[in-house]
Design a protein around this ligand. Structure first.
Ligand code: PLA
Length: 453
């Protein structure tokens, strides 16, 4: 086999036909970008002109997903990936929920087809996702006031809403928390929607700057969009209290702003779908109009299926119908229609009482494991660090992340010296941590905190 390929020589790799085709590219039958050299057996083409992509510079690695690439390249066996928020088992392996496997088996048995979905996505999914968010039987659903369309997970759903804002609220600003999930800024930049920040995190207390937040929302131009994390704020892990949510709703209502919830962690923060939707439901009860982007990446572990939704709560069914028609119009030239697999999984799991129960149990298990490693990390820090530093902020944070307060140089030390991969804002994903690695991580944090400034 090898010798017969060799005997063909270069001609098998660079057949004359290809060269002829290339030469035909030029206006007079010869390609100005190619110079031909005649060798004894074959004609070779040599590219001499610089690329037309010369003006395209190298993009920086993504601050979150780029961390996973760097992690893969590290050969040290102690390495730990706490960058991206992706759930791992105690053995630090990715986890496919049993209920997801069950739903997929059912789908296979039924022989579901691969036809295009409608632009708005799978009807059973859209119904299920709105009901999970607001609660089945909620007046906004019964009165058909919610425009829901399936999106490409949380990110794609946020992007659709951003496009709607750009088209129908020209000049309106979106206020985002400082800090926020890094991709929010990219999404609004690419959609050409202006944004500014409201105060959120107070480094002095490693808690919420509630006064600052309220003041900035108050001072924003009337009718601004206020981006809120429904639960488990990313990256800080600091959520407003129920009383604070009421005040936030008050000031948003007073100023005629439009709330825009990003719900990427429903059920994954507290372990309860209802508890994690309390902030959204508070706004729905007040009869406000608002946006909610949803994601099933974390709570159902469907990261790669790209399944989520954008919901626009309107004050009438008629407005919801019109909004939905425009969301579809935005989606059609972007990606035409969404993928079916993840939508079917969600619809099947939610639509079957047994599977729904199994999902809730697995979600509780995942949220529980994160809480347990959070506690273990805190215990390790307290027992190892003799400086008297108060680490209790770690226990006050919620969700899959801990915002450690480490600065960029300290975070670099975590990676370069300790092989702990994390984002440069000091965020670590506790979902990627095992009980067995807590002590090692505590050593790394203590060294970086005390020995690097
Ligand atoms: N919104 C927030 C607040 C998020 O944290 C994330 C994911 C998304 C939306 C989008 O997720 P999706 O498109 O997969 O539904 N944030 C991750 C991953 C978990 C990422 O950056 O893409 C993170 O590590 O921050």
């Amino acid at each position: 086999m090898a010798s017969s390929m060799l005997s063909l020589g270069w001609t098998s790799l660079l057949p004359r036909e290809i060269n002829k085709d290339k030469l035909k590219l030029g206006p007079s039958g010869s390609n100005p970008f190619l110079r031909t050299k005649s060798l004894s057996r074959v004609t070779m083409s040599v590219s001499v002109k610089p690329s037309r992509f010369e003006g395209i510079t190298m993009a920086p690695p993504d601050p979150i997903l780029g961390v996973s690439e760097a992690f893969k390249a590290d050969t040290n066996e102690l390495k730990l990936n706490l960058g991206v928020g992706a759930y791992r088992t105690e053995e630090l392996q990715p986890y496919v929920l049993n209920v997801v496997k069950k739903a997929e088996n059912l789908m296979l048995e039924r022989g579901d087809n691969k036809e295009y979905l409608p632009i708005e996505g799978l009807a059973a999914f859209n119904k299920a996702t709105a009901e999970l968010l607001f609660g089945a039987g909620h007046p906004v659903i019964k009165e058909q006031k919610v425009a829901t369309i399936q999106g490409l997970s949380g990110t794609g759903s946020l992007r659709l809403a951003a496009a709607l804002i750009e088209r129908y609220f020209p000049g309106a600003k979106v206020l985002i928390s400082a800090p926020t999930w890094g991709n929010h800024k990219n999404i609004f930049n690419d959609a050409k929607v202006p944004w500014s920040e409201y105060r959120y995190y107070d480094p002095k207390t490693i808690g919420l700057d509630f006064e600052g937040m309220i003041q900035d929302i108050k001072e924003a131009p009337e009718g601004s969009f206020i981006l809120l994390h429904g639960c488990a704020h990313n990256p800080t892990g600091i959520d407003p209290t129920p009383e604070q949510w009421v005040k936030i709703a008050d000031v948003i209502q007073e100023k005629n702003h439009i709330p825009f919830f990003d719900v990427a962690y429903q059920g994954f923060a507290s372990g309860s779908l209802d508890e994690d939707a309390a902030s959204v439901r508070l706004f729905a009860e007040r009869g406000m109009e608002f946006f909610v982007a949803q994601s099933y990446s974390k709570n159902l572990g469907l990261y790669a299926e790209r399944i989520g939704a954008i919901n626009v709560v309107c004050s009438s069914a008629d407005a919801a119908t019109r909004v939905k028609s425009q969301l579809k119009r935005i989606a059609r030239p972007m990606y035409s229609n969404p993928p079916v697999h993840g939508a079917r999984i969600v619809a099947n799991v939610v639509g079957d009482a047994t599977m729904f129960g199994e999902w809730k149990a697995e979600m509780e298990m995942m949220a529980g494991r994160i809480k347990t490693v959070r506690q273990r990390l805190y215990d390790s820090l307290v027992s190892k660090d003799k400086s008297g530093k108060d680490w209790s902020f770690i226990l006050k944070q919620i969700g899959m992340f801990s915002f450690t307060g480490l600065n960029k140089a300290q975070s670099d030390n975590m990676t370069n010296k300790w092989h702990v991969y994390m984002t440069k804002d000091g965020r670590i994903s506790l979902a990627g941590l095992s009980m067995a690695k807590c002590e090692y991580l505590a050593d790394a944090i203590i060294d970086s905190y005390h020995n690097v400034s």
